[in-house]
Design a protein around this ligand. Structure first.
Ligand SMILES: [Zn+2]
Length: 598
């Protein structure tokens, strides 16, 4: 009996664990950091306490920290990769290899404990591997305490001191950051070039820095800063974020602009810029408020009480409650980069996909929504604000250089293939989904995705499942072919002949990727009629996307058949042209045969 009960308990435990492995969980890391910064040496000392909660079903015996600043040392993976890739990022090239000891970046751990017990660790490039003194059981919490010395590198990529526009400190990826452990295991990715993934938690950061510096960044200022012996101490609070960033400069102006829903927009920029640039930064402020409203409306409400646009970095990069952007830009470019980086507050920050392995979900979805936002905010009024993304993707698809979107962000053969895949093909993924399921369903999908996955780590499957639930259509094929292969879409009009009852049309599928088809027939009198061919494996179709145009839903097309025949019944009118997808939202890699003129 006893054995039986033990067995039963064992089975119950096993089955509950097995269940946990498929149901969602995420780790929690609450950070407290104390930073003493020296602007003379560009060095600082840090003390960090992390209350770490293991919500996984697994017992952890090791943990990993990212030490990103170590990438800025001659011979690092970032340095060597940049010197061996065919199309190096011009901001990096061989600059790291030439850094002197006073110019490199480093994070040197000095002391690490777990619940007060000293820990053994190995610093391996940009990752610290830590053996635990006590295993962390499922559901248990533990306390890590870490002291470190660091040097801010000369600005090379994203972070660093004195960027091209003279901003003193761009402090991004600047602290020992616990690697994320999720249903796919550890993600202790080395810092080679791109993208991040972090643990959700509450943060409290105390920063002491020379009193002449103005500081902006993640988190709400707690109380008034205090000044003692030439240094000002700031305390910042940031609830439920997975990163913390700041920037500082003695010449920063700090403007405040009130956004929708009581969100305070902060702008930090150098007062030493040209008159034109200063004017651009003033005019950026109402545009940023308009962008916030656009994203609130089309994705979901921004849940924090502040967002800061800060001059810094080397282009534009998204962080918690803020962005660092270069500031000496033409007005359109300044608004454009702000639109893109601010959109990341949703597609990357709140909907915190693992950017290293799903780079297209943050860059692509962000590009999609920021293209749409710019179209409205700047009054561009294009019927397809994603045209540039389609052009780039189709170029890549025909170039022989394309790699599937499942490629790790660092493992593209060339930067061009990464850039177009992540930004352009990722945006096309979203825009084209609107073609597949209809625009109304796409809009609902984006909102429901936000409702279900904000403050989590959603995956590609999570997104496509939302689209399936909203549309009632089967879409696994769409994620798989477009998101996991380099199969291309290529349909064409093979033949059009007069028949007894009207006009016989033969269509051909030349590419491997399946798609449903919209066809538009234009008659000599200018009138139009559309035909819709559902894709059989979708088990359904979309509503008529062309208001006021008569639509006929034809038999579905099963993918394996290379050709499809149908008849346009004679109606006394003369056909002028037949066109596949006049919206151009289907990314046909060879569109030349999509239009037949009579
Ligand atoms: Zn981006």
């Amino acid at each position: 009996m006893r054995t039986y009960i033990l067995l039963l308990v064992g089975c119950l435990t096993l089955s509950s664990f097995a269940q946990n492995n498929t149901s969602y969980w995420q780790q929690k890391a609450d950070y407290t950091m104390d930073i003493d910064f020296d602007v003379e040496s560009h060095q600082y000392k840090g003390k960090q306490t992390i209350e770490y909660t293991n919500n996984s079903p697994d017992t952890l015996n090791r943990v990993f920290y990212h030490l990103y600043f170590n990438a800025f040392q001659p011979g690092s993976e970032m340095d060597v990769r940049s010197r061996t890739i065919a199309d190096a990022d011009p901001r990096v090239k061989d600059r790291i290899s030439k850094l002197s000891p006073e110019e490199i970046g480093y994070i040197k751990p000095m002391k690490l404990t777990q619940n007060g017990m000293e820990l053994n660790y190995d610093v391996v490039g940009t990752v610290m591997e830590v053996d635990l003194a006590q295993p962390i059981l499922p559901g248990a919490s533990t306390t890590f305490y870490l002291e470190w010395d660091a040097q801010v590198p000369v600005q090379i990529r994203r972070s660093g001191r004195y960027n091209a526009e003279g901003v003193a400190y761009s402090m991004t990826q600047w602290y020992p950051k616990l690697a994320e452990y999720d249903f796919q295991g550890w993600h202790a990715h080395p810092y080679i070039g791109r993208e991040f993934h972090g643990v959700w938690g509450d943060w409290k950061v105390t920063l002491s820095i020379d009193k002449d510096f103005v500081v902006g960044g993640t988190g709400y200022l707690v109380g008034e800063p205090t000044t003692k012996r030439g240094k000002t101490t700031y305390v910042f609070d940031a609830p439920m974020v997975h990163d913390f960033t700041w920037a500082a400069d003695p010449d920063f102006v700090h403007d405040v602009y009130e956004g929708a829903n009581g969100v305070t927009l902060n702008f930090y920029y150098k007062k030493t810029m040209s008159e034109t640039n200063l004017k651009n930064w003033k005019e950026l402020q109402p545009k940023t408020a308009a962008l916030l409203e656009f994203f609130n409306k089309h994705i979901g409400d921004y849940p924090y009480k502040q967002y800061s646009v800060i001059q810094g970095g080397d282009g534009g990069m998204e962080y918690a409650m803020c962005t660092l952007i270069t500031g000496e830009r033409k007005f359109g470019s300044l608004v454009g980069v702000t639109a893109h980086e601010m959109a990341h507050s949703w597609f990357q920050f709140l909907l915190a996909t693992n950017e290293s392995i799903h780079e297209w979900m943050d860059e692509g979805f962000t590009s999609y929504i920021s293209n749409a936002a710019m179209n409205e905010i700047m009054g561009e009024n294009s019927d397809n604000p994603h045209r540039g993304s389609y052009r780039s993707y189709i170029y890549l698809a025909n170039s022989g250089k394309e790699q599937p979107l499942t490629t790790h962000a660092d493992r593209y053969d060339i930067n061009m293939a990464y850039g177009i895949a992540a930004y352009s093909k990722g945006a096309v993924f979203m825009a084209q989904l609107g073609y597949v399921i209809g625009q109304e369903n796409l809009a609902k999908t984006i909102k429901r995705y936000y409702d279900e996955f904000a403050f989590k780590h959603p995956t590609p499957n999570d997104f496509i499942r939302v689209a399936e639930k909203v549309s009632g259509l089967e879409l696994d094929w769409y994620l798989q072919d477009f998101g996991q292969t380099i199969n291309t879409i290529d349909y064409g009009i093979e033949n059009v002949v007069a028949s007894e009852g009207g006009t016989q049309v033969t269509l051909k599928r030349n590419g491997l990727m399946p798609m449903p088809l919209d066809l538009m027939v234009t008659y000599a009198d200018g009138s139009k009629e559309s035909f819709y061919i559902p894709l059989r494996m979708m088990r359904g179709g979309k509503d008529n996307p062309y208001d006021g145009v008569k639509r006929t839903v034809l038999d579905d097309w099963a993918w394996a058949y290379p050709t499809y025949d149908f008849e346009i019944p004679s109606n006394g009118k003369t056909i002028q042209s037949i066109q596949i997808d006049p919206s151009n939202l289907m990314a046909d890699a060879q569109p030349d045969d999509n239009m037949k003129k009579m």
